[in-house]
Design a protein around this ligand. Structure first.
Ligand code: PRT
Ligand code: ZN
Length: 293
């Protein structure tokens, strides 16, 4: 890969997705050099440049060909994109998780969604909300606000709100109850549907393989222990995931073997206790740093 071709990736400059996006890039091995203007980073050891922008601008930057890729919440894509054929979601990244929900003041008793007929609903997501209301044959009037949507019922400008929720703390603080979830969202790596040049596609494939490796490694654990030979069959059934274990002889011990296995899921104390009951000893669970298949 000796050409000057580089991919451009847009990420959020400031806000909830910025830190996790940068962390992911660092775990992919990218050494990022900040530009003087601090509007972009250049990876010194990988052919990719990172543009720092507002998250709402990312779909447009990709559609207009200013950037090849972007990391943005599915909520932003779904709100802005009317034509599903414009973008391709390459990978869901597991951070920035939230949901877009409708909420009502707690003192309004809620029976079903038809209660929203003729209601005034405040939101920064008019397109997603309108799609949901139309699907449910509800006619309501939308009050578009760009921030602090949750205080609008208190101000008397709306009867309900439609906003992003993660922990639910903001709803609680504003005496609101969540009554319907419109969309589940997380950050995604997206690109325009149009094909990249062959050289860019080759860089993208390496980049994607690294992201997949980082995400798999985050969830994976390497488990090692000793076990009596006659307990192997039982122990194999107790191992988390479906990985085939490596079984090795132990020097100077004919009755026991060493068993190593990569678990692609969390390893709970309960599993370790069952392994121990089945005869496993010297059990170690180690984090996996990198993975490539
Ligand atoms: O400046 P820029 O336009 O780039 O940033 P922004 O202010 O538009 O976005 P930002 O940084 O707030 O959020 C960026 C993205 O993070 C969103 O588009 C979502 O994909 C994702 N995300 C995840 C969230 C939340 N969780 C979230 N909880 N975005 C916003 N919130 C807000 C929500 O609007 C509400 O005000 O947090 C409050 C609720 O949080 P809880 O934890 O109290 O429920
Ligand atoms: Zn934004």
């Amino acid at each position: 890969m000796q050409s000057n071709v580089r991919l451009t990736l847009a990420i959020q400059k400031k806000g909830r997705l910025n830190n996790d996006s940068l962390e992911l890039l660092k775990k992919c091995g990218l050494k990022l050099l900040s530009s003087k203007s601090s509007l972009f980073y250049s990876a010194e050891n990988f052919p990719i440049d990172i543009l720092l922008v507002r998250d709402d601008d990312i779909p447009t930057l990709i559609r207009d060909g200013v950037c090849d890729l972007g990391i943005v919440g599915e909520n932003v894509i779904q709100e802005q994109v009317s034509d599903e054929n414009e973008y391709e979601s390459l990978k869901l990244l597991g951070f920035g998780r939230c949901r877009l929900s409708i909420a009502l003041p707690k003192d309004t008793s809620f029976n079903d969604i038809n209660q929203l007929q003729n209601a005034r609903i405040a939101t920064s997501y008019p397109n997603l909300l309108q799609r949901f209301l139309s699907l449910n044959n509800i006619k309501a009037s939308l009050v578009s606000i760009s921030g602090s949507v949750e205080i609008s019922p208190k101000l008397g400008i709306a009867d309900a709100i439609c906003d992003l929720v993660s922990t639910g703390k903001t709803l609680e603080e504003n005496n609101l109850q969540e009554v319907a979830v419109i969309l589940q969202s997380q950050a995604a790596l997206i690109k325009a549907k149009a094909a990249l040049s062959t050289e860019k596609q080759a860089i993208l494939e390496i980049f994607l393989r690294r992201i997949t490796g980082v995400m798999q490694a985050q969830e994976s654990k390497y488990i090692l222990f000793h076990a009596p030979k006659n307990a192997i069959a039982r122990i194999e059934q107790l191992l988390p995931g479906n990985e085939t274990p490596t079984i090795m002889p132990l020097a100077g011990n004919d009755e026991k073997v060493a068993i190593h296995v990569v678990s692609r899921e969390a390893v709970f104390w309960g599993t370790l206790e069952k392994l121990r009951e089945a005869g496993a000893t010297a059990i170690l669970v180690l984090p996996v740093e990198k993975m490539m298949y």
